[in-house]
Design a protein around this ligand. Structure first.
Ligand SMILES: [Zn+2]
Length: 70
């Protein structure tokens, strides 16, 4: 199981409103007016399909981009 970590990058009045997965850079936002922004962010984080950026970069046949000209 890959290790993933949630990092809160933005807070409003001490309430987390924007979190980011350190493993794949996916962002999760919560609404500070809802009162449960932190758990909403945590929930999104828990269920997101985490794909670490550095893994699979060299072995991703479906994610091929145009080759760079050198
Ligand atoms: Zn992730």
């Amino acid at each position: 199981m890959p290790k993933r970590k949630l990092r809160i990058v933005k807070r409003v009045r001490n309430v987390p409103v924007l979190g980011i997965c350190e493993g794949c850079d996916t962002q999760f936002s919560g609404d500070p007016n809802m009162g449960n922004a932190q758990s909403a962010i945590q929930e999104q984080f828990n269920s997101h399909p985490c794909k670490p950026l550095d893994a699979g970069q060299s072995a991703a046949p479906t994610a091929r981009k145009a080759p760079e000209k050198t």
